[in-house]
Write a protein that binds this ligand. Structure first.
Ligand SMILES: *[C@@H]1O[C@H](CO)[C@@H](O)[C@H](O)[C@H]1NC(C)=O
Ligand SMILES: *[C@@H]1O[C@H](CO)[C@@H](O)[C@H](O)[C@H]1NC(C)=O
Ligand SMILES: *[C@@H]1O[C@H](CO)[C@@H](O)[C@H](O)[C@H]1NC(C)=O
Length: 528
C-alpha cells in the first residue's frame, strides 16, 4: 500500500481546478490515477456482495444507499453519456461487503470504522468490518464521483485504505441557551456524517432552560423550558434524534450538567437547588444543586435511571464544570454540613462529595461517564475508566499541560479547548482549529494512547437556528479532519483547497456553509 511519500503530489492533484474529486477528511492511504470510468445515474446501483454479512433489509445500509443515491444524482436530469464519452468503461454499481452485520445495533466508542474502497477495471468494491465502516466508505465514494462541465459523471481508478486516527470525533450543540428545532439537529447530523464526525454531544439543558421532557419529572420542562408547548424535546423527538444519528453511525452523548449550571432545574424540583443567603436571611436567589440533602441524591437516582434508559450510549456526560461556591458559602445548612463532614473551608471537598455520590449512582446503572476537566482538577475520586474533557484555556495551566496531567493520572482525555467554534473572529480562523496537534504534549506513548479524540463545541449564547449552519460549516470540518486523518496531513495550502472544495460540495448538497475567502462555487447555495 502507498506510504506517506505519495501524499504530496496527490494533495496537489486533488486540489487542481476543483473539478477532480478532493476528499475531506483526507484518507489514510490513497492511490488515484487519471484513468476514469463513467458512472451512469440511471443504471447505477448500490449492491450487497453475495458473501456480505449485511444484506438487503439492513436498515443502516439500505437507508444509506438511498441517501447517497440522492446525494450523487438527486437533482440531476438524467442523460446518457455522449458516444465520445462511452469508450471509457462504465461503472454501474458499488458492491458492498461487510464482514460482521450488526445492522440493528448502536455505534460505540469501540466500533471499528475501517474500510477499503477499490475502483479498478475488475471491481468497484467497498469492504469493511462493520456497517459503520461501510458508512464512512460510502461518504468517501460520494466525494470521489465528479461531474464534467458537460454533466457526465466520472470516478477515477482509485484504491483507498482508511481508518480514523481517533475513535471519538465529537460535535457539541447547546440546546439550552437557545432552543434548536429538531430539524436543525437532524441537519447537523447529516453534515457531521459528511465530515465523518461520530459523536453528537448534546448539551441538552443548562441554567437558561430545561427543554428535555422527562416522564418521571414532567415539571422540569413544564416549569424550566422557554415554552413547554413549543420549546421542548418530547420523548418522540429524542427517539428520532437517536435513530437518525444511529443510521449515520453517530453516537448521542447526552449531557446533564450538575451541580452547577442548573438554575432551570429549580422551578420543577422544589428543594433541589441551594437557597443563597444574604446575611442571615435567604436572598430569594438560588445556587448549585444542594449537596447536603438526601433528597437531592434520591432525585438524582430516579432522574438518571430514566436518562440511562432513554439514551442507549454506554456513556453519559455528567458535566461538573464551573461550580460557583459563593452561594454554598452563604448558606448556614451547607456550613453545618461541611462541619459535620469535616471539610473545613474547602468547598472543593463538598463538590467532590456530591460528584462522587453521583458517579456511584450512575455507575450502578452500568453506564460510563464523561466529565469536564474541573472534576479532575478538584481531585474528585473517579473510576479509572472516566473520560475527562479538557476545555479550559488558562494562563496558569495550558490545555496541553492539562492533557499531560490527565493522561499522566492514567485517565482518558478528550480535547476541546482549542475548538470552541462559537468564538469567531475576522478572517480564516479555521486554520487555528486545523493546526492543533492533539498529542503535542509531554508524555509517554501510553499517555498519548489515552487521548481518545476531541470535540468541536458550538455553545449557544449567540447561536440559534438562524446562524448555526454557517457558523459550524465548514469550520467544524477543520476539527473533523484533524481527528480523522493522519497526523502528517497538516499542509495548510492543500487543506485550504480541499476545504474550499468541500464547502462547495456542501452548498451543492443544500448546506448553507459560509465561505472561507474570496471565490465562487460551480453550484451556489439556493434557498429551496
Ligand atoms: C481523475 O482523472 C482526470 C482525467 O481523467 C484528471 O484530470 C483528474 O485529476 C483525476 N483526479 C484524481 C483525483 O486523480
Ligand atoms: C483498522 O485499522 C487499524 C489501523 O490500520 C488497524 O490497527 C486495525 O487492526 C484495523 N481493524 C480492522 C478490524 O481491520
Ligand atoms: C441521610 O442519609 C444518611 C445515610 O443514609 C443518614 O445517616 C442521615 O440521617 C440522613 N439524613 C436525613 C436528614 O434524613
Amino acid at each position: 500500500m502507498a506510504g506517506p511519500a505519495l501524499w504530496v503530489p496527490l494533495l496537489l492533484a486533488a486540489a487542481s481546478a476543483g473539478r477532480a474529486a478532493a476528499l475531506w477528511p483526507w484518507p489514510q492511504y490513497i492511490q488515484t490515477s487519471d484513468w476514469r470510468y463513467t458512472v451512469s445515474p440511471h443504471g447505477f446501483q448500490f449492491r450487497y456482495h453475495a458473501s456480505s454479512a449485511a444484506q438487503a433489509g439492513c436498515s443502516v445500509l439500505d437507508e444509506a444507499f438511498q441517501r447517497y443515491r440522492a446525494v450523487l444524482f438527486g437533482s440531476v436530469a438524467l442523460r446518457f453519456p455522449s458516444p465520445a464519452e462511452r469508450h471509457t468503461s462504465e461503472k454501474n454499481s458499488l458492491v458492498v461487503l461487510v464482514v460482521t452485520a450488526g445492522c440493528d445495533q448502536f455505534p460505540s466508542l469501540e466500533s471499528v470504522e475501517n474500510y477499503t474502497l477499490t475502483i479498478n477495471d475488475e471491481q468497484c468494491l467497498l469492504l469493511s468490518e462493520t456497517v459503520w465502516g461501510a458508512l464512512r466508505g460510502l461518504e468517501t465514494f460520494s466525494q470521489l464521483v465528479w461531474r464534467s462541465p458537460e454533466g457526465t459523471f466520472f470516478i477515477n481508478k482509485t484504491e483507498i485504505e482508511d481508518f480514523p486516527r481517533f475513535p471519538h470525533r465529537g460535535l457539541l450543540l447547546d440546546t439550552s441557551r437557545h432552543y434548536l428545532p429538531v430539524a436543525s439537529i437532524l441537519d447537523t447530523l447529516n453534515v457531521m456524517a459528511y465530515s465523518k464526525f461520530n459523536v453528537f454531544h448534546w448539551h441538552l439543558v443548562d441554567d437558561s432552560s430545561f427543554p428535555y421532557e422527562s416522564f418521571t419529572f414532567p415539571d422540569l420542562a413544564k416549569k424550566g423550558s422557554y415554552n413547554p408547548a413549543t420549546h421542548v424535546y418530547t420523548a418522540q423527538d429524542v427517539k428520532e434524534v437517536i435513530e437518525y444519528a444511529r443510521l449515520r453511525g453517530i453516537r448521542v452523548l447526552v449531557e446533564f450538567d450538575t451541580p452547577g449550571h442548573t438554575l432551570s432545574w429549580g422551578p420543577g424540583v422544589p428543594g433541589l437547588l441551594t437557597p443563597c443567603y444574604s446575611g442571615s436571611h435567604p436572598s430569594g436567589t438560588f445556587g448549585p444543586v444542594n449537596p447536603a440533602l438526601n433528597s437531592t441524591y434520591e432525585f438524582m437516582s430516579t432522574f438518571f435511571l430514566e436518562i440511562s434508559a432513554v439514551f442507549p450510549d454506554f456513556y453519559l456526560h455528567l458535566g461538573g464544570d464551573e461550580v460557583d461556591f459563593t452561594c454554598w458559602k452563604s448558606n448556614p445548612d451547607i456550613q453545618a454540613f461541611m462541619k459535620k463532614k469535616g471539610f473545613g473551608e474547602d468547598f472543593k471537598k463538598l463538590e467532590s462529595f456530591y460528584i462522587e455520590t453521583l458517579l456511584d449512582i450512575v455507575s450502578a446503572y452500568d453506564k460510563g461517564y464523561v466529565v469536564w476537566q474541573e472534576v479532575f482538577d478538584n481531585k474528585v475520586k473517579v473510576r479509572p475508566d472516566t473520560i475527562i474533557q479538557v476545555w479550559r484555556e488558562q494562563a496558569s495551566v495550558s490545555y496541553m499541560r492539562e492533557m499531560e496531567l490527565v493522561t499522566g493520572a492514567g485517565l482518558r482525555a478528550l480535547l476541546s479547548a482549542p475548538w470552541y467554534l462559537n468564538h469567531i473572529s475576522y478572517g480564516p480562523d479555521w486554520k487555528e482549529a486545523y493546526t492543533v496537534e492533539p498529542l503535542a504534549f509531554e508524555g509517554s506513548p501510553e499517555q498519548k494512547a489515552l487521548v481518545i479524540g476531541g470535540e468541536a463545541c458550538m455553545w449557544g449564547e449567540y447561536v440559534d437556528s438562524t446562524n448555526l449552519v454557517p457558523r459550524l460549516w465548514p469550520r467544524a470540518g477543520a476539527v473533523a479532519e484533524r481527528l480523522w486523518s493522519n497526523e502528517i496531513v497538516s499542509n495548510l495550502e492543500s487543506a485550504f483547497k480541499r476545504l474550499t472544495y468541500f464547502r462547495c460540495e456542501l452548498l451543492r448538497r443544500g448546506v448553507q456553509a459560509q465561505p472561507l475567502g474570496i471565490g465562487y462555487c460551480d453550484t451556489e447555495f439556493e434557498q429551496n
